[in-house]
Structures are given as structure tokens and as C-alpha cells.
Design a protein around this ligand. Structure first.
Ligand SMILES: NC(=O)c1ccc[n+]([C@@H]2O[C@H](COP(=O)([O-])OP(=O)(O)OC[C@H]3O[C@@H](n4cnc5c(N)ncnc54)[C@H](O)[C@@H]3O)[C@@H](O)[C@H]2O)c1
Length: 360
């Protein structure tokens, strides 16, 4: 079946979706773009022209779009603080939703949306692009193979030369807790998946150095534990003098009983434990290279394909709201840790928010 799709937000990352991630799935006959909305007429016209849509399918109001055009689901690519409104419109119109991360910009709104889609029976999934790109898929497959033995701990690093205003998109330089609120969801969602369990506790520190042009905190260091005992050391920063592992070239190290797996700059390698030696020393880059995962689709192209298989009656998507809420809890528990100076019990944090919204 070819699903009829609406897209709200076709500028910024929505343009990437429209021009790069949608076309392979349109060409495969899986999806048809039948209507778009964006408050910016320039972005709207560009997407209209790219897809050859009639004027009657293009709107500057998301509410008018969902009222006027019959569809099966909506892709939402607006900034996070608009997601609750746009998901609300979709649910009221009986549409399923694929939404850009994060689902919302507060824990309270996240829980309201969890309740909304559960009561309505709406399928809502998030676009955790990085978790499903080629390097991270290769790394996950290597770790999941189990041949390295039990996972002890994970180390994560993403740094950035983004200190000048606008370097990371102007709006991010205005946001509070920007690294955790904007990028942390990608990182924590991926790390929760690699750990193989939900986060148990998190302790975080965030700040912006004097040379960073951010209103919120753009640098984060954190320590977390997961419910299966796996530990995490996390570095997510934006004001570095030189970005050793920038966006899309991040670093993850999985320390297992019998091997060490390293992802850096898109390449994955394994260093085996040699039981005959002690006090050894290895260099990154000199491990056994791991061949890239073989799939026809990765990232957003794969996520849309996977979402459509869920709509077809296939298994629930890995990034469904049911799962996403646990990654959001890790993000907002980290933010609470920053503001209280305390280590936070993430399960209790989630339960506290669910209880205080009970009945809504
Ligand atoms: N998955 C990824 O790797 C990735 C990468 C970048 C951004 N994102 C996410 O994508 C979302 C959008 O971020 P962005 O960087 O593209 O923002 P942006 O501001 O660059 O673009 C947002 C677009 O939405 C439009 N818009 C804003 N308010 C609207 C409204 N009320 N109705 C209709 N259109 C509206 C804007 O005009 C603009 O065209 C965010 O949730 C962000 O976190 C995800």
C-alpha cells in the first residue's frame, strides 16, 4: 500500500527530509506526499516546487493542512516547542505521527503526549536518525553479536566547534540546557539502546565557557548507570577549540569482558583481550576493522520505511512513544541533576511525572 503523508515544517531539517529522505521511499512506492505546511512561505514554495504539488496542497497553517487534506499520517519537522500542538492536531484528525526528535521540550509535555496517544490509540514514533545511521548500526550489530562477552561500561564523546552565535542554528543559542535538551536525546536514546536496559541513575554537570555564545548550557559531562549494571561516561560539548569527534563523527567505546569495541569518525574496530598478557597497551586505530553493516536503508530513510511497516501491522517501532519517553526521562533527569547537584533516580523521576499527570 502507498501511504498518504502530510509534512508540517519543510524548512531547516524538514527540507532535508523532503529532498533527501522522502524520495527513496516515494520511488519505492511506499509513500506519497499529499500536502505540506510551513509558516515560512519561502520554505513552503521550495518544497512545493521540489515535489510538484498544487497550490491546494500547500498551507501556511498546520491546522488548515490537516483539515483540508485526507491522509494516513503526518511527518512533523517543526521545532520541539511546536510538537505538542502539531501532534494534537494530528491526533484530532485521526492521523498517525512520525515526529522529529525530541517529542517535546519539557518532561511535563512529554507525559501529556504519552497520555494523549495512548488514549487515542495513535501510533507515534520519533526520528532518532543517528541511532540508525550506518556507523551506529555497524557498532550496535558488533556489540549485539555477543562475542565480546558481557558489556561492562560505555564511553561516549561528541564535541563541537559551535561557539559562535548561529553556528549551531540561531535558535539553539537561545535555548536553556541546549546540549541536553536538543542533542542529549539522540545520545541518550542511542546509549540506552546500546546498554540494553533503561537508565537507573544519572549525575550531570553542564555549563558554557566564557567563549561560548549560548544563553543555555552547551557543554555536559555525566555519569550514568543502567538497570542491568552497565555504566556510562558521557561527554557532549559545543564550545571546543577543535572538534575531535563532531556531530556525525562521534565516539563510542564499549568495554566488554573479552573485547573493546570503538566507533570513531564512522569507523568501527575491535581490540581482543589476550589472556596470555597483562599490562598491555593498545592504540586506537590499530584494532580489527569491522565491516560496515549491510542494509539498503539507513537513518531517516530506514526510519520512515520502518514506520510504514508498523502502520502495516508489523512490530512496534523501536522509537515509539513507549520507548522514547524513557530516553526523555534520562534527558530531563540529567537536567534536574544539573540544577540540583544531585544524582537522580531516573525510574522514580519518570514515575513522579506520570503520577502527577494521572487523570489528565
Ligand atoms: N534527526 C536529526 O538528526 C535532526 C537534525 C536537525 C534537527 N532536528 C529536529 O528537527 C526539528 C526542527 O529543527 P530545525 O533545525 O529544522 O528547525 P528550523 O527552525 O531550522 O526549521 C523548522 C521549520 O519549521 C517551520 N515552522 C516553525 N513553526 C511552524 C509552525 N507553527 N507551523 C508550520 N511550520 C513551522 C519553520 O518555518 C521552518 O521551516 C527539531 O525538533 C530538531 O530537534 C533533527
Amino acid at each position: 500500500m502507498t501511504y498518504r503523508m502530510l509534512q508540517i515544517g519543510v524548512g531547516g531539517y524538514g527540507k532535508h527530509w523532503s529532498e533527501r529522505s522522502l524520495p527513496p521511499n516515494i520511488a519505492g512506492g511506499l509513500v506519497e506526499l499529499v500536502g505540506i505546511a510551513d509558516t515560512d512561505p519561502v520554505a513552503l514554495r521550495a518544497a512545493q516546487s521540489f515535489h510538484g504539488l498544487p497550490d491546494s496542497a500547500c498551507f501556511t497553517s498546520a491546522a488548515e493542512l490537516v483539515r483540508a487534506i485526507k491522509a494516513d499520517f503526518v511527518l512533523i519537522c517543526t521545532p520541539a516547542w511546536h510538537h505538542e500542538e502539531h501532534i494534537g492536531l494530528a491526533v484530532a484528525a485521526g492521523l498517525d505521527v512520525l515526529c522529529e526528535k525530541p517529542v517535546a521540550d519539557t518532561m511535563e509535555a512529554t507525559i501529556r503526549l504519552e497520555n494523549l496517544v495512548r488514549k487515542a490509540g495513535t501510533k507515534l514514533a520519533m526520528t532518532m536518525t543517528h541511532r540508525f545511521d550506518l556507523p551506529n548500526t555497524t557498532f550496535r550489530n558488533a556489540l549485539r553479536s555477543g562475542i565480546d562477552g558481557p558489556l561492562d561500561y560505555l564511553v561516549f564523546r561528541q564535541t563541537g566547534e559551535l561557539r559562535k552565535y548561529g553556528a549551531w542554528g540561531a535558535f539553539r543559542h537561545e535555548l536553556p540546557d541546549v546540549m541536553l535538551g536538543e542533542a542529549g536525546i539522540h545520545h541518550f536514546d542511542m546509549l540506552r539502546d546500546l546498554a540494553g536496559a533503561d537508565c537507573a541513575t544519572i549525575f550531570a554537570r553542564s555549563w558554557t565557557p566564557s567563549w561560548g555564545e549560548f544563553k543555555g548550557d552547551a557543554n555536559v559531562l555525566a555519569i550514568a548507570t543502567f538497570q542491568n549494571g552497565v555504566k556510562l561516561s558521557y561527554e557532549g560539548t559545543s564550545c571546543n577549540a577543535a572538534a575531535i569527534n563532531p556531530y556525525f563523527k562521534g565516539y563510542v567505546r564499549a568495554e566488554c569482558e573479552n573485547g573493546v569495541l570503538i566507533l570513531s569518525h564512522g569507523a568501527v574496530e575491535r581490540h581482543w583481550h589476550d589472556p596470555t598478557r597483562q599490562r598491555g597497551s593498545r592504540k586506537e586505530g590499530e584494532g580489527d576493522p569491522i565491516a560496515p553493516a549491510e542494509q539498503t536503508k539507513f537513518g531517516d530513510v530506514w526510519l520512515l520505511d520502518r514506520f510504514l511497516r508498523w502502520l502495516d501491522g508489523g512490530p512496534e517501532m523501536e522509537t515509539s512513544m513507549h520507548s522514547h519517553v524513557k530516553s526523555q526521562a534520562m534527558v530531563y533527569a540529567a537536567i534536574r541533576s544539573v540544577h540540583t547537584g544531585q544524582e537522580i533516580d531516573v525510574g522514580a523521576f519518570l514515575q513522579e511525572h506520570r503520577s502527577s499527570s494521572a487523570g489528565t
